[in-house]
Design a binder for this molecule. Structure first.
Ligand code: SF4
Length: 118
């Protein structure tokens, strides 16, 4: 009877240690997924580029790069890794874009003026 309790305690501690070791990895993975998520709401009070008018329309801007049918688009390209995306002024997953007259674009977006950040 005593031995059974000892084994249970051992098992409990093994799982507790394993669980404690896994938590930081899960937390990091969750944060990475959150960072990759496209923003759903544009920042309030900011001029936001539109895919259907102005420079957005001219440059074939899309809110989700993966939906672009443009011949220049290549997988992995998106505003968030474009040299015209002013990440220093980012707010809620949006930042001003030089090519869009400093209107805010989503980090998941894309347009035909995309240029990889050096
Ligand atoms: S120039 Fe770059 S940051 Fe601006 S809309 Fe086009 S892809 Fe996005």
């Amino acid at each position: 009877m005593e031995e059974k309790n000892t084994l249970s305690r051992r098992s409990f501690f093994k799982f507790a240690v394993a669980g404690a070791a896994v938590v930081p990895f899960l937390t990091k993975a969750t944060k990475a997924l959150a960072a990759d998520a496209c923003p759903t709401t544009a920042p309030a009070g900011k001029a936001v580029a539109s895919p259907t008018e102005g420079m957005g329309k001219t440059l074939n801007y899309v809110l989700d790069a993966k939906t672009s049918k443009h011949a220049k688009y290549k997988a992995g390209q998106q505003c968030g890794n474009c040299k015209f995306y002013n990440a220093a002024k980012a707010e809620g997953g949006y930042a001003p874009c030089t090519m869009m007259g400093m209107k805010y674009v989503t980090n998941c977006g894309w347009c035909s003026s995309y240029a990889v950040k050096a």
